[in-house]
Design a protein around this ligand. Sequence first.
Ligand code: HEC
Ligand code: HEC
Ligand code: HEC
Ligand code: HEC
Length: 196
Amino acid sequence: MKRFVAMTTVFLLLVFAIAEYRTGSGLPGIEPVLAQDEIKMPETIILGKDSKLGQVKFNHVSHNGGTYSIAGTGPIACIECHHTAQPASELAKLGLKTAWPADRTTTLTLELFNKDPKAAGVAACRSCHAPAGTVPKLMDKIPEMKHESSTAIISLTNQQAMHRNCAGCHTEVAKQNKAQKGPTTMQCTACHKRAG
Ligand code: HEC
Ligand code: HEC
Ligand code: HEC
Ligand code: HEC
């Protein structure tokens, strides 16, 4: 009988140990590793905090969920904005060339992000499109492109990159639907709001 009790006790201890290990609530002092490294998908992003015209409140969720695509039929693909988050071979088809990380083989999607946020490789726009006169974190200098209709070279600062991406799309959408609420290029203060 003693032996049976002892064996049952050992068995139950094992069961608890495994259960605790699996829930990650286990041994004191050992926190689940994920909590610290977790990359969150932002819901609302305050852009341009130091802009003289005022900050820009950007609803990330309504843009990458819902029906904000130009055709109005579904969400905007992640890579319409996070354009560097696809392989160089895909970029070439779009006339772009910079992938980040440079050797990536995946294309950013919601599924990829949910599976492994770190491996999804999302970099903030500003880490390349830095404000004028500053050096970006991920590149030697602020990216440049040739103007569409002249030989001028455009420096793709934070201002240029965001205006082209954000207001560029809203202008396309407005061509189809005049009542849409996405601020177009000259509607400065529909995007920029001074706090208070
Ligand atoms: C569709 C929204 C939108 C519209 C419309 C818009 N902006 Fe912006 N603007 C932004 C965003 C987003 C940024 C980048 C902020 C950041 O770097 O986080 C920005 C950046 C800027 C900056 C650089 C701020 C800084 O210090 O880095 C200036 C200046 C600016 N905008 C002026 C204007 C003016 C003038 C107009 C109208 C002619 C205008 N914007 C229209 C969204 C908009
Ligand atoms: C309409 C444009 C747009 C779309 C579509 C979009 N994003 Fe973003 N996302 C942004 C902007 C702008 C930021 C802020 C970047 C910054 O601070 O410079 C951002 C930030 C992020 C960040 C935080 C990055 C960081 O380092 O802080 C993650 C993660 C992210 N997006 C993932 C996604 C995923 C996944 C999708 C597709 C399901 C997606 N985004 C679709 C514009 C977009
Ligand atoms: C890793 C660096 C990097 C990141 C991150 C990045 N860009 Fe870019 N971007 C570039 C480079 C470099 C170019 C020039 C084209 C090329 O080399 O592919 C460019 C080009 C652009 C253009 C011009 C494309 C055209 O044909 O008009 C826009 C608009 C733009 N980026 C917006 C954004 C936005 C918005 C974000 C964030 C959601 C972002 N970029 C994130 C490096 C980056
Ligand atoms: C590919 C298209 C596309 C891009 C890129 C895009 N938007 Fe929009 N945006 C929309 C559409 C569509 C709407 C909703 C129009 C409607 O139905 O009223 C919208 C609406 C908005 C609104 C009105 C409030 C809201 O959320 O409905 C703001 C502000 C806005 N966008 C800011 C931005 C900023 C800032 C960026 C760049 C970081 C951006 N958008 C990039 C398509 C786009």
